[in-house]
Ligand binder design. Structure first.
Ligand code: EPZ
Length: 433
């Protein structure tokens, strides 16, 4: 099992190019099930979750290939889904990636039937799929759960609904948006999630021939069409990857330019880091927008409170990384996790590195600045791993981050990108440390 070995205490200086967004790429890949024509998706991050989703699509009768870009950080997928008589997303694949549930809506809409393993809980919380299932049932789907699988079918086409999601859910909005694109009639989805990744999926669906109004708002109006066609689409930049590198500089100090990012998707974090004392500048680059972050050594950070919320609130996917930053800020910082019930597992590991913090339910209290010192820590989920890397970049001496297969699910070439900004970080095979 690979580990990351970090020699901390050195500021970051240089440029980092942001890859495409994993969480936009996954629903866009699932959209390939909506048409028999070829779909070409570029700017996909070269991460394990993308390969898993492609395996799920292949199991569902999709011809798929993944071509790496020359720098190895991104992939282009070529997909064509002829379909299968018995579309089934098996447990072995679904258990490794919950986003596999996103195939349910498209399969039902196009083939009228689907069998998809129930994803179950995961390290960060229970994460049920009731919101997905309730909406599909209202659209006419017959659902039966047995032997750990959702067995779904519909007579004829799915029917349009006027539906208010009981709770804001990224995945449920995406699943039902895809289902509605091929349903009969005009669907109105209210209390839809506003995350930029949903805007990207909606944009792709429009390029495939879907009729969607209200993109970027909480009310999506989708007029179903009998069929969709293929297209080429480049997914948006990964706001969480960009935010992770911003947090790394805020915590470890330095001066880094991020290429190809979208500052509008990161307002809550940019605002927080500026209020904490970092200097952030935005400008147009050759290849999209650029963000520069500066925090010189010796420049104090101010502690700030954070509550995670659906977009445009502060993202739960940056909560762990910001906790690592707040260990270096002067004063007390209170972090409230408003989305998931068990997303503080990085806190104990940060404590092992010397952070001064306490958690109580959904709240973490961090007193800083703490003098972090390197040790071996264990990654528990994707964003927790990123927080430990950030803390390792700060900590004096050597930090070993174990179980980085979590990190490989969602960060393309993290250690190579950080090395490019002067970080002393290396990937080492399990046997060698
Ligand atoms: C997406 O997960 C992301 N995953 C997550 O990214 C992200 O943390 C999350 O949105 C919140 O922003 C992908 O996009 C692939 P939700 P998703 O449905 O869609 C509850 C990462 O690190 N809920 O918006 O699964 C749920 O338990 C990850 O990249 C229900 O109660 O999240 C949670 O408390 C991890 N019933 C809240 O809603 C449902 O049917 C929001 O979850 C669905 C969700």
């Amino acid at each position: 099992m690979d580990r990351l070995v970090i020699q901390g205490g050195h500021p970051l200086r240089g440029r980092i190019r942001v890859s495409g967004a994993k969480n936009a790429a996954l629903p866009c890949l699932a959209a390939a099930l909506l048409t028999e024509e070829p779909l070409v998706l570029s700017n996909l991050p070269a991460v394990a979750d993308i390969r898993t989703m492609v395996k799920v699509l292949q199991a569902l009768g999709t011809e798929a290939s993944l071509e790496p870009h020359p720098d190895g950080f991104e992939l282009t997928a070529r997909l064509a889904c002829a379909g299968s008589d018995d579309p089934k997303a098996p447990y072995d694949l679904v258990k490794t990636m919950r986003a596999s549930i996103l195939v349910l809506g498209p399969l039902l809409a196009r083939f009228g039937r689907a069998t998809v393993s129930l994803p179950g809980g995961c390290a960060i919380g229970a994460r049920p799929v009731n919101l997905h299932l309730e909406a599909l049932e209202r659209m006419g789907a017959l659902l039966e759960i047995s032997h750990g699988y959702i067995h779904a079918s519909v007579k004829g086409r799915l029917k349009a609904i006027d539906h208010t999601f009981e709770k804001v859910s990224v995945g449920a909005t995406e699943n039902i948006l895809m289902a509605a694109a091929l349903a009969e009639g005009t669907t109105v989805l209210r209390n839809a999630a506003l995350e930029p990744e949903i805007g990207d999926l909606a944009q792709l669906l429009v390029e495939m021939g879907a009729s969607i109004e209200g993109i970027g708002t909480g009310t999506l109006t989708i007029t179903g069409v009998p069929q969709l066609h293929g297209c080429e689409h480049a997914v948006i930049a990964d706001r969480i990857e960009a935010g992770t590198y911003l947090c790394a500089v805020a915590a470890a100090c330095g001066d880094v330019v991020l290429d190809r990012c979208e500052p509008e998707h990161l307002r809550s974090l940019l605002d927080l880091l500026e209020r904490s004392g970092c200097v952030i500048t935005e400008r147009d680059g050759q290849d999209g927008r650029q963000l520069r972050i500066q925090r010189e050594e010796g420049q104090k950070l101010r502690s700030k409170d954070v509550t995670t919320l659906p977009f445009p609130g502060f993202p739960t996917d940056l909560q762990a990384q910001v906790m690592a930053v707040m260990t270096q800020a002067c004063g007390i910082s209170v972090i409230n996790e408003g989305i998931f019930e068990n997303r503080f597992q990085h806190a104990m590991e940060l404590e092992r590195l010397g952070a001064n913090l306490r958690t109580d339910g959904h709240t973490a209290i961090i007193a800083g600045p703490a003098a972090l010192t390197g040790c071996t820590v264990m990654a528990t989920d994707l964003r927790a791993s990123a927080a430990l890397v950030i803390a390792g970049l700060v900590a004096k001496g050597e930090t070993i981050v174990d179980r980085i297969y979590h990190l490989d699910r969602g960060y393309s070439g993290l250690e190579k990108k950080l090395q490019g900004a002067g970080a002393r970080i290396e990937r080492v095979g399990g046997g060698k440390v």
